[in-house]
Design a protein around this ligand. Sequence first.
Ligand SMILES: [Mn+2]
Length: 392
Amino acid sequence: MGIFHDEGFHPNDPSQFHGLEGAAQEARIPNKKYLEEIKRGLELGLEAAPSIGDRTISTFARGELPHWAGINTFLKFPYLEDVNKVGDYECAVMGIPFDIGTTYRAGTRFGPQAVRRISALYTTYNYEMALDMRESLDVCDLGDVFTIANIEKSFDQIAKAVSFVKAKGVFPIMIGGDHSIGYPCVKGIAENVDGNVGIIHIDRHVDMQEKDMDERMHTTPWFHATNIPNAPAINLVQIGLGGWQCPRIGVKESLKRGSNILTIGDVEELGIEKVAEIALETAWKGAKAVYLSFDIDSVDCGFVPGTGWPEPGGFLPREVLKLLRLVSAPGLAGMEVVEVSPPYDCSDITALLALRAIVEVMGTLVVNNHIGHGRFGENEGKGSPGHSGKIA
Ligand SMILES: [Mn+2]
């Protein structure tokens, strides 16, 4: 029964709609960090010229506004030059500008830059979640991992970087880069988990063969990741696969190893909620932690032209964002977003969706108290009771 026909419907009753509920909760969100940012801006960037009426404005832009100004970090969170201090934060974003694992179009080495650039468009506040991440989560941008023109040596660099952050108890977010980085990212996570790591892999491609053209390319990450003793294939769930781009050799390997595949056809038939339920059941079965690998090409290529292997018929953005929220709600050990190739993008839309995927997961983790210090300032900060053991 639609609520408009329900006798109990009252216009402007916040409990009736998500939107009104979100709006009603806005007043409960602290603005401490916002005020600190303004104060800092005025100190470091000088008070504005006398003719400017709004005295929160500084002479040199030093905060969120104007959205078109500034040297962009991820969501304008602080750039942490000294990585030794990453333990002071709850969440760290790093770019992995690596694309020599690509087997068709390259360009994903510019993915981190593009995602950071378009992140200037966003605020840290989400209306529907009634969340302001600036107030609820201490985030830093670590800049990029130094990757070089050698796949194996770059894997070592990436695994070391991820492991370093994870070992400090900080939630790591990796912005690729091509999908070959999935293997070293999982390696860096798994080293720091006392038990098995499940993997939720959202993609149009299987990425499960041992080698491609004699190297460990972006068609191979899950073969190698599931060879890690505490990242067994039985906890790998691959969602959204299908079409005409999955090599037979990779499909054969997935079947042999017992990973769980849900094609985009399965998604259509089962619906997003059921798929999320199956994914969580598979990934968490006997596992201590779950890692999320989101390939932007899982979305219909009409929405993501800026990617290396575009494929029609994938997820709609709204579907995949819902799936991401559902699978991250019980907590994650880390996440990666891969295959954004800005040279093929239009109007930054592919980078924007990658960004949206990241903030959707971050927000969900904060709202569910896995990271951060609570939506309404209820937890003190890092190490507070709201800090779930599941991300350990
Ligand atoms: Mn893919």
